[in-house]
Design a protein around this ligand. Structure first.
Ligand code: SF4
Ligand code: SF4
Length: 402
């Protein structure tokens, strides 16, 4: 059985390589409708440009490799360091015509200049600036970035606000389509997508560790809003060695945790496309190979849900690394510690987590003054202060109880 799995795996990999070398369209990368509102089409996996390689030449080569492999939609942001600038270089030499280019901004995530706000005039400046950085004369998609609260939503849709500004840019041919991204509660998101007749696409987190937005994806899909999934591999966690995940992957015929994760997201019919976070060439090839292995059938999905919901039930809510709790006045990298704790507690990565905890170059859990500021901002309503005490006890046993 294992030999047969390896043989099929090699066949897929060699077919993939040949097809990419010949610049053929891979059959599983044929495009499908990107919701009905946009009228666009996208393949199953696309380019998430948040963590491009530091080296510009490497980043350009990676983006072009992804496009040559059949990826078509590029997701970036004004706030992703120099990502827009690197993409602008990669899209020279005819690559621009082969992609749907999307960027995003909001003043509550990245104030580029003092006084930046959610007005139509300000978003217009940010759109024009992104176009310059990307070296393009129009954007295919522009998204209101990370609507995190009802107040953000109200600011975006207010008269004279961001949405009005983006719609005006669309009327003038600078932007072709609008969308939004969010980490807000599923309940609030249901309201936003019920009202936002301007939204053609939505970008949300969804993976087998975090399925909170499954009903939102379904509702958006029903309304004809194109659905894009970020973090399909749980911010990389599902790709780490874990006996729990490995066992689960093996039981449903997946070859690794990352393969399990990608195929799980692909199995949701409400998901139009997922973003492949790209740092190495293998990120593209591995994602495409997983997409090529196909979605899971009902029995495999039931088994995955049975195992994961058992773990979830035990664990409660997870940190999504949204970083809304930052900065901590004591300088603690809260999401880093929350995730290390969760990895150790629920997924069996205790030794590796302790090693990474002790290697943190920021103040560790013992620096917490219990001011409570983080818990007020936590999008998942997590008991951060108690979790930090637990991390201290688990990773620094000598200090437990001090
Ligand atoms: S309670 Fe602790 S971790 Fe949270 S913001 Fe205050 S010092 Fe930082
Ligand atoms: S602790 Fe809460 S606010 Fe902070 S990153 Fe995690 S989920 Fe987000």
């Amino acid at each position: 059985m294992a030999d047969e799995g390896a043989r099929r795996e090699n066949m897929v990999a060699s077919h993939l390589l040949k097809a990419v070398q010949q610049n053929e369209q891979l059959p599983f990368m044929k495009t499908k409708p990107f919701g009905s509102r946009s009228g666009e089409h996208v393949p199953a996996a696309n380019i998430g440009a948040m963590r491009l390689p530091r080296d510009t030449d490497e980043a350009v080569a990676l983006i072009r490799h992804a496009i040559d492999s059949g990826m078509r939609y590029i997701d970036t942001s004004r706030g992703y360091s120099d990502s827009e600038w690197k993409i602008g270089l990669a899209l020279q030499d005819g690559y621009r015509d082969r992609v749907l280019l999307s960027t995003k901004w909001s003043p509550w995530i990245t104030a580029v200049q003092p006084g930046d706000d959610a007005s139509s005039g300000c978003v217009r400046r940010r759109i024009e600036e992104s176009m310059r950085r990307l070296r393009v004369d129009f954007l295919d998609f522009y998204q209101v970035w990370n609507i995190g609260t009802p107040d953000h939503y109200a600011q975006a849709v207010a008269k004279g606000g961001m949405v009005e500004g983006i719609l005006k840019a669309r009327d003038e041919g600078l932007v072709r389509h609008l969308g939004l991204t969010s980490h807000d509660s599923p309940e609030n998101l249901m309201r936003y997508i019920g009202e936002a007749d301007w939204a053609e696409v939505i970008l949300l987190t969804y993976n087998l560790l975090d399925t909170r937005y499954a009903p939102v994806l379904e509702a958006a899909h029903r309304k004809g809003i194109g659905t894009i999934v970020m973090n399909p591999v749980g911010g990389g966690r599902l790709a780490q060695e874990s006996a729990v995940i490995q066992r689960l992957a093996g039981s449903v015929g997946a070859i690794s945790g990352a393969d399990l994760a990608i195929r799980y997201v692909r199995s949701n019919p409400s998901v139009d496309t997922l973003l492949c976070g790209m740092t190495r060439l293998s990120d593209v090839d591995d994602t495409l190979a997983s997409v090529g292995r196909g979605a899971f059938g009902p029995d495999a999905l039931a088994e995955i849900d049975r195992v994961i919901s058992g773990i979830r039930l035990k664990a409660g809510a997870f940190c999504t690394s949204c970083r809304y709790c930052q900065p901590c006045p004591a300088g603690i990298d809260i999401p880093a510690i929350m995730n290390l704790l969760s990895d150790a507690r629920h997924w069996g990565w205790e030794q590796e987590s302790r090693r990474r905890y002790l290697a943190l170059n920021k103040p560790r859990a013992e620096a917490c003054t219990r001011c409570g500021a983080c818990e007020k901002k936590c999008t998942q309503k997590l008991g951060i202060m108690a979790a930090l005490r637990e991390a201290q006890a688990l990773f620094e046993p000598a200090q437990a109880g001090t």
